[in-house]
Design a protein around this ligand. Structure first.
Ligand code: C2E
Ligand code: CA
Ligand code: CA
Length: 408
């Protein structure tokens, strides 16, 4: 048993009365290591500091400014290993949806509490809390310094992997998404979640994106010359959209390599589209006018996305993997999946389901008429030279196994 006073608890709620109330209940029960924050920014500062990092967060979903769902995204970025209790005045259905969202991000959920919070309900959850088991090696992820990342960029240790996107109706291979990895001389393969946010925070993301883009375009050209007409998607960070140079960079690189803009897809994450929108909006709109394709990534995980959809002429909507895998059997996921799909159709966008992991996921896409599919069931991200061989195998597999069997 852990001493109650040793469990670090953070309460995040914009309502000062709620903060006081929860802190009092906790104190009466011997939970004395409690910190209260009335906004997400202060709470993140607590999480970022190793000495104040909480074991458990009581999180209010509805807050002005950064809301609870957005806060969870930041926890994911920080690879938060503590537990979470959601608190909200919304109805149970809303709370359950939020819970699924959190779990999709692999953050430990202790449970949810509906306001007004009852003593017993809170205590029942707290007694379930156990310290996270000593972390599995795969969970302890090394943090890299800006200097190491700068070196990786300069010494050309970043390698583009490509994950296929296929047509659900015909099985045709439509394109690939570029996913960058770091071939680290000592640590082996390092994934983007271990360096993209550091690169963003230290002003390295423009250099990184330039490198990824130029390699992806050069590769697209090689495939083209070999007879493979593939659309190449590249992930664009919000920080890339902070300066008007970006459109010239993209247009310039495409022209240099001889890649037509309509063969390029720029994937922008929905929640990133929130801060000051004017410059980014202008860049995206201009790129769209030049016929580059724009894709709204991780759809469903952010909020107020409808406004962005209205303002920016996206060509493609990517339904986040958290709402795709297992949506065939989970009603809540299914609602979000269906809504996203319907929205894409209404706005004349191509819908892409990502995180298609098994045959059941694939069959749901077939039944519901989703346009494109991406995920490990189709192919994991591959090295460029593996793509032609994979296409050959896939086209056989899709005709003989996947189309016929699922139409029975
Ligand atoms: P994302 O754009 O949502 O990319 C999809 C992620 O899901 C990739 O992880 C991919 O490997 C993984 N994935 C693919 N199929 C499946 C599946 O069936 N099941 C599951 N569970 N996962 C699947 P990855 O490569 O680790 O990339 C993580 C994130 O890093 C990407 O998320 C993207 O936001 C970011 N990223 C990757 N490359 C770049 C880049 O060049 N620039 C920027 N700014 N961000 C990048
Ligand atoms: Ca993406
Ligand atoms: Ca995504």
């Amino acid at each position: 048993m852990v001493e109650r006073s040793a469990i670090k608890i953070l309460i995040l709620d914009d309502d000062p009365f709620m903060l006081k109330l929860l802190a009092r209940i906790l104190a009466n029960q011997g939970f004395t290591a409690v910190v209260c924050c009335d906004n997400g920014r202060d709470a993140l500062a607590q999480v970022d500091n190793e000495t104040t990092r909480p074991d458990l967060i009581l999180l209010d979903l509805n807050m002005p400014g950064m809301d609870g769902i957005e806060f969870v995204r930041y926890l994911v970025e920080r690879q938060f290993t503590g537990s979470l209790i959601l608190v909200s005045g919304e109805d149970m259905r809303m709370l359950r949806t939020a819970e699924r969202l959190v779990q999709a991000h692999k953050i430990h959920m202790l449970g949810y509490l509906q306001k007004p919070v009852k003593n017993e309900a809170l205590l029942a959850l707290l007694t379930q809390w156990v310290p996270p088991s000593p972390m599995k090696p795969s969970v302890v992820k090394k943090k890299y310094s800006a200097e190491e990342i700068r070196l990786a960029i300069n010494e050309d240790n970043l390698v583009n992997y490509y994950q296929p996107k296929v047509s659900v109706a015909s099985g045709a291979v439509i394109g690939v998404e570029t996913l960058v990895r770091w071939h680290h001389p000592q640590d082996g393969l390092v994934f983007p979640d271990q360096f993209i946010s550091v690169a963003e925070a230290h002003g390295l993301i423009n250099d990184l994106t330039r490198l990824v883009l130029s390699k992806a375009f050069a590769q697209a050209r090689i495939w083209q010359q070999a007879g493979f007409e593939l659309r190449v998607a590249v992930n664009v960070s919000m920080d890339n959209l902070a300066s008007l140079d970006f459109q010239d960079l993209v247009a310039g690189l495409a022209a240099e390599t001889g890649i037509s803009p309509n063969k390029v897809v720029l994937e922008v994450t929905e929640s990133q589209l929130m801060g000051d929108m004017r410059v980014s909006l202008e860049i995206l709109t201009r790129l769209r006018l030049k016929r580059f394709h724009l894709s709204i990534d991780d759809f469903g995980t952010g909020h107020s996305s409808l406004a962005q959809l209205r303002d920016i002429p996206f060509d493609e909507l990517k339904i986040d993997q958290g709402f795709v895998h297992r949506a065939w059997k989970d009603e809540t996921l299914r609602v979000i999946y269906d809504t996203s799909l319907a929205l894409a159709k209404q706005l004349n966008m191509e819908a892409v389901a990502e995180g298609v992991e098994d045959r059941d996921d694939w069959d749901l896409l077939r039944r519901t008429g989703c346009d494109l599919a991406q995920g490990n069931f189709i192919s994991k991200p591959l090295l460029a030279e593996e793509i032609p061989g994979w296409i050959e195998v896939w086209l056989k597999r899709v005709q003989t196994e996947l189309m016929i069997a699922s139409s029975n």
